[in-house]
Design a protein around this ligand. Structure first.
Ligand code: 6LW
Length: 521
């Protein structure tokens, strides 16, 4: 029995989950997101109410489906999937930008297995699929243009057919075509996937156009506003079983002084859609969003508890764990030491594209992630990672735990403490600083009691590194989190906590992640 609620919390999928695409089958909703350089690729989530999502697998979970060559640096790889259900099957189309190819896979069970890919060598990104009244399949791509294709044979039958490219903003992208009544609606994002982001709409009686723009375009944008959620765009529409309409989209939540920084990457948000004179209308995206009475989210169950723990007791790694480019069979084991995750180094480091790492997205701004690790005679630890050139590592080797910061060309050790041989508990915690109220000056903050040493007030968050010793917990360092933000590192992803080994083998007993509301810090 769930409690009726008039509001729900956004983002509905927090942490680095960008470019959402959604479809409904009966009472079930399925959502996919981009996965870039990580393996497995394209997380797929399930929901019954559009608000509470649980990851049920990854669409691309075999090496034969997901080829990420060694030059797959951060933010390359898999971009912007679309999921649809047609003719008794789920269809997922995406672009592997490292290969420069689009690929389609299908499944009858969305939890998998998914088929081997059918490839298409067409320009641009953000492929979407739809089927016309004759049953013909169309792939629409950024730009915006459509191609009539044979999705099973991997052949193009017609096109490019130019569609409509938005209102003139940069990067017309994330196009989706929908058959609604007698119309073909074309949803397009434009303005680039940052604070200029916007969503626009056009429609035509004919799938080949011409398309007539809606009366108010963009019909959603937060550009040039001081709203807490920014960069809203890359949207997909879905109709609920009760007839109500919804839109999923990406947005960012930035923190800190001016200019703000965002560290969780682009997250997935949900907004109700109403139709006015045949055109979709949405309100701005809020962290607390009103749900129309009787609609699916108003039946939503309790919100995310904020805690995740993995004792590595299962036979498989849970679907939320992601690795860099690949997860070679010989690089990990849950059976070598039962109840522990054993990782073997493969000669690379965290500064390269393929180190042995099993990572969990940072899902909340204020959180702590802890691991118990036995490094053996190797070099292992817990990292907070944006990309190869932006990561803070809490690392154990040679009987010492060290904090190592790598930011661009700089690398520095910030603190170290000796530890006895055997398992050690390592914790990385983040504590945010919101935009200061206008009456508080930066100088006040610097001198305020309790201001963390070395962290400037414009930081979006403070990252602290703790090791459990016989004398109790020791905080080895507190670092400014801005250097692990998208504004510094660039790219399309967000932070992850990674369990890693870069020399020898190490075993991890458990991983414990929890959000830390301000009152608990
Ligand atoms: C994606 C583009 C975008 O292909 O970001 O938000 C790109 N929009 O549509 C990568 O995620």
């Amino acid at each position: 029995m769930t409690t009726p609620s008039a509001t729900f919390r956004n983002p509905v999928v927090s942490g680095f989950h960008p470019d959402p695409s959604v479809c409904r089958v009966g009472d079930d909703y399925y959502l996919v997101c981009s996965s870039f350089e990580y393996f497995p690729g394209v997380p797929i989530l399930h929901s019954r109410d559009l608000v509470n999502w649980r990851q049920i697998g990854n669409v691309l979970d075999r090496p034969g489906q997901l080829e990420l060559p060694p030059d797959t640096h951060a933010s390359l790889g898999i971009w912007a999937p679309t999921i649809r259900h047609h003719d008794g099957r789920f269809w997922m189309v995406t672009t592997n930008v490292t290969l420069g190819r689009h690929l389609i896979v299908t499944a009858t069970d969305p939890a998998g297995p998914w088929s081997d890919p059918v490839y298409f060598d067409l320009p641009n990104v953000d492929p979407s699929l739809t089927w016309d009244d004759n049953g013909d399949c169309w792939m629409t791509l950024s730009g915006v243009a459509s191609y009539r294709i044979d999705p099973e044979a991997g052949t193009v039958l017609e096109g490019p057919v130019p569609m409509w490219s938005g209102t003139g903003g940069q990067y017309p992208e994330a196009p989706h075509l929908y058959r609604i009544g007698d119309w073909w609606y074309l949803l397009v994002s434009e303005g680039g996937t940052h604070t200029g982001h916007a969503v626009s709409i056009a429609r035509s009686r004919n799938i080949r156009g011409p398309f007539e723009p809606g009366p108010v375009n963009p019909f959603l944008t937060h550009r040039s506003t001081d709203r807490r959620v920014q960069a809203t765009g890359h949207a997909d529409l879905v109709q609920a079983g009760d007839g109500s309409w919804w839109m999923v989209l990406l947005g960012i939540r930035a923190k800190g002084q001016w200019p703000p920084y965002h560290v969780l990457g682009r997250e997935t948000f949900l907004v109700p859609v109403r139709w006015v004179d045949g055109w979709p209308v949405v309100d701005p995206v809020e962290e607390v969003t009103a749900a129309p009475a009787g609609s699916p989210p108003s039946h939503a169950a309790a919100a995310d508890p904020g805690a995740r723990r993995d004792d590595f007791d299962g036979a498989e790694l849970a679907p939320g764990w992601i690795s860099l480019r690949h997860r070679r069979q010989e690089s990990w084991s849950l059976t070598a030491r039962p109840g522990w995750l054993t990782l073997h180094a493969d000669g690379t480091t965290l500064d390269r594209t393929g180190a042995t790492m099993v990572a969990h997205r940072q899902l909340h701004h204020d959180c702590r992630a802890a691991v118990r690790v036995d490094p053996g005679s190797g070099r292992a630890g817990l990292t907070l990672r944006m990309d190869e050139a932006h990561h803070y590592d809490l690392e154990i080797s040679d009987g010492c735990v060290r904090v190592i910061g790598r930011v661009g060309p700089f690398r520095q050790v910030f603190g170290e403490v000796p530890v006895p041989a055997g398992p050690v508990t390592l914790t990385i915690a983040t504590r945010t600083h919101d935009l200061l109220p206008p009456t508080v000056t930066a100088a006040d903050q610097v001198t305020a009691p309790g201001a963390p040493f070395g962290v400037r007030p414009s930081a979006c968050d403070t990252v602290s590194f703790e090791v459990a010793t016989e004398q109790g917990p020791v905080v080895l360092a507190e670092l400014d989190g801005r250097y692990l933000s998208t504004e510094v590192a660039a790219g399309f992803t967000g932070r992850v906590f990674g369990l890693y080994v870069t020399a020898g083998s190490a075993a991890f007993d458990w991983f414990d992640y929890r959000s830390t509301p301000v009152s608990e810090q």
